[in-house]
Design a protein around this ligand. Structure first.
Ligand code: 3PG
Length: 213
């Protein structure tokens, strides 16, 4: 654990953002803060990602990471522009090696025991479980995590307000990632009030999980 992963643990939710226009970045940041969630993973699924990271990373009230990082150059650029952590859909050894050697927190995607053991070899103890629901959801996560007592997971993919609590109740879940409160169409159409509402709802759910543990 480090300061970044500790903060993610505290938030319990990582909003996964695909933003088309970096001009919307600050309004998105404001909406997340108002909703009580001071962090976002900005994915390289759009061309605006790096500019959005640059804008959001200047704020002191948000923990900004980069997602869908597929290449070392993207990881490098994201960190140079202020991203504090890296997330990737799969476990690319070159990207992970670069991050580990440069002390950059990285949560690569895994969905098999082999992937988990690759992550263990790199000394990682938190990985993304992706795509969570399509791979069998919580039941699969419980089964594949069982041999690896030291590993924690960031399930992402198909998580929403309906299944969030179930995932958070599982002790091996560090936090959950998802786009349900920051959908691209909400950002593009300027519906930041709705983003705040969905974010607040998610934060309140996550608080219940904390209380029930
Ligand atoms: C990701 O990039 O991690 C996922 O696409 C997020 O999954 P979701 O859109 O199903 O929440």
């Amino acid at each position: 654990m480090n300061d970044v992963t500790a903060k993610i643990r505290e938030m319990r939710i990582v909003p996964v953002v695909a933003i088309e226009n970096a001009d919307d970045a600050n309004s998105l940041g404001d909406a997340l803060i108002l909703g009580g969630l001071p962090g976002a993973e900005i994915t390289f699924r759009t061309d605006a990602a790096l500019n959005a990271i640059t804008i959001l990373a200047k704020r002191t009230d948000l923990l900004v990471g980069a997602g869908t990082v597929l290449k070392v150059d993207q990881a490098k650029a994201a960190v140079e522009h202020g991203a504090k952590y890296i997330v990737s859909p799969g476990i690319n050894p070159r990207v992970v090696d670069y991050c580990v050697k440069n002390n950059i927190p990285i949560m690569p995607g895994v969905c098999t025991p082999t992937d988990i053991e690759t992550a263990l070899d790199f000394g990682l103890d938190i990985v993304k479980f992706f795509p969570a629901e399509a791979f069998g959801g919580l039941k699969t996560l419980q089964a594949i995590s069982a041999p690896y007592k030291m590993m924690y997971f960031l399930p992402t993919g198909g998580i929403n307000q309906k299944n969030l609590l179930d995932y958070l109740a599982f002790s091996k879940v560090w936090a959950c990632g998802g786009s349900w409160m920051v959908k691209s169409d909400l950002i593009a159409s300027g519906r930041f009030d709705e983003i705040t509402r969905l974010t607040r709802e998610a934060v309140e759910l996550a608080a219940q999980a904390k209380l029930s543990r």
